[in-house]
Ligand binder design. Structure first.
Ligand SMILES: [Zn+2]
Length: 279
């Protein structure tokens, strides 16, 4: 079957299901732009439960528990725009290149995902078109509209406290790709408090073959960018999420002026045709 038959465009989402992407506070005035790749564990109705039970889908393999809550609060505190994905990373992972084995994972953290086994190219394409492209198109459109102000991209994630039986010591991690200058500023502020253990490019470094959002929408566009990973046990309650959002907002306020100074030349280069870019 090919796209000429129309089969490949059969909608994956029913008309009464939530959209694949949510844009919050699109006109936010902050220099920060927030994205949340793993905001939801929803699975399109047509895909059932991917063969998993409710406990597995609610676990960290299905999404980043707490990350969307922190991201929404941070969006309010900073007056920053926020883009959230609407469906589970197990359906298609919005932070993986399509060529990556983890794009549509056949197993995750040792759990087989029956609904992802042996997918045809057509089935993969339906997920790309229904979920992956709309999410990344929304980020592109948002960044494209911000020609008159600098944008610093903060990608909000959470990580499981124990992986492969091993407890993880960090309360939060700040990860960067090739340019570590923005990460260094944030790490400096977070570590200064001495209250918690901060991962420097940990628990996950950013890698071109594994990550998509920062390499493409951040550095790929010449924008300063970091991935912020918060340990899930710190944000599983509303109070915990509020605490971390407040810490991150404070951290951002402390580093913003210096970050804008450091990156001024990149913003100018990005918007050479727009003399109002930094006003
Ligand atoms: Zn994540």
């Amino acid at each position: 079957m090919d796209s000429d038959t129309g089969t490949s465009t059969l909608a994956l989402l029913d008309s009464d299901e939530p959209p694949p992407v949510e844009l919050v506070n699109a006109d936010g005035r902050s220099s920060a732009v927030l994205v949340c790749d793993h905001a939801s564990n929803r699975v399109p109705r047509q895909l059932g439960t991917l063969g998993l039970d409710a406990v597995q889908l609610a676990d960290h393999i299905g999404w980043d528990p707490g990350a969307a809550d922190v991201a929404r609060r941070l969006s309010m505190l900073l007056d920053a725009p926020l883009v959230l994905s609407g469906y589970s990373r197990l359906v298609i992972d919005c932070n993986r290149p399509l060529r990556s084995a983890g794009s549509i994972a056949e197993q995750s953290d040792g759990v087989p995902v029956p609904g992802n086994r042996g997918l045809s190219p057509l089935e993969r394409e339906r997920r790309v078109n229904a979920l992956y492209r709309p999410y990344h198109d929304a980020i592109d459109r948002l960044l494209d509209t911000r020609t008159r102000r600098p944008s610093l991209l903060l990608s909000i994630h959470s990580f499981t406290p124990v992986l492969n039986g091993r407890p993880r010591p960090w309360h939060i991690g700040i990860s960067h790709w090739r340019d570590r200058r923005l990460a260094a500023l944030m790490l400096g502020v977070l570590a200064r408090s001495g209250e918690f253990t901060v991962g420097n490019n940990a628990p996950y470094p950013i890698e071109e073959d594994v990550d998509y959002t920062i390499p493409v929408h951040g550095e790929g566009r010449g924008l300063p960018s970091v991935m912020i990973e918060i340990r899930q046990d710190g944000i599983q309650t509303a109070a915990g999420a509020a605490t971390w959002a407040a810490r991150l907002a404070e951290c951002y306020r402390l580093i913003e002026a210096e970050a804008l100074r450091i990156f001024e030349s990149s913003f100018n280069a990005n918007s050479a045709s727009d003399p109002m870019a930094l006003t």
